[in-house]
Design a binder for this molecule. Structure first.
Ligand code: FMN
Length: 181
């Protein structure tokens, strides 16, 4: 089993939208789902459920309902992260933390994944109906998952553009506190 170091995984993960046909072994999927389970949540509410979208026809219908996630149809599996909005004061953050853990675990295990945003989207209710997600629950994300068939490039803003000290906009002391100048 491939398993890369946490910092390495964070820096080398990319959103993968092209997948090999190869199926995901159940023991790997279990590890990916375990990572979701161990995400932090507000008051440890663990308000999530993970719906593995394994049925081909269902996966295609969900993919087609989205605006920017059509590639899900060609992924071996999807995972929908549903969050009980009554069980937590922070449904978006909790569900996002679980989603991120899943993406990182997938990458660490040699899989590829892409977050398909659905929380508050125009298609959230339609996909919720397809997946039988009850009233009071939000569809936080849909994740396309499989063995990667591409190595996309990505870029980030410079760290020194992103970090302030003590006050928004202030870079005073940045060198001393974070070795950034
Ligand atoms: C909340 C959220 C929603 C996203 N929704 C989509 C989506 O619907 N379709 C898609 O192709 N990528 C989606 N992405 C992936 C982003 O496009 C991607 O993370 C970003 O371009 C940076 O690329 P990287 O992940 O490879 O570094 C989403 C990411 C986040 C965090």
């Amino acid at each position: 089993m491939i398993c890369v170091d946490a910092l390495e995984a964070i820096k080398t993960r990319r959103s993968v939208r092209r997948f090999k046909k190869e199926k995901i072994p159940p023991h790997l999927l279990k590890e990916v789902l375990e990572a979701g389970r161990w995400a932090p949540s507000s008051r440890n509410s663990q308000p999530w459920r993970f719906i593995v979208i394994a049925d081909e026809d269902l996966k295609r219908r969900v993919a087609n309902a989205t605006t920017a996630g059509r590639f899900l149809a060609e992924a071996p599996l999807g995972i929908a992260v549903a969050v009980d909005t009554r069980a937590t004061r922070h449904p978006a953050e909790d569900g996002a933390a679980a989603t991120m853990n899943i993406l990182l675990a997938a990458h660490a295990l040699g899989l590829g994944a892409c977050w398909i945003g659905s929380y508050g989207s125009s298609y959230e209710e339609e996909v919720k109906r397809m997946l039988g997600i009850p009233e009071g629950w939000a569809l936080l994300s849909i994740i396309a998952l499989g063995y990667p068939d591409e190595r996309p490039a990505s870029r980030r803003l410079d760290l020194k553009e992103l970090v302030y000290v003590n006050r928004f906009g202030s870079k005073e002391g940045l060198k001393e506190v974070a070795d950034l100048d």
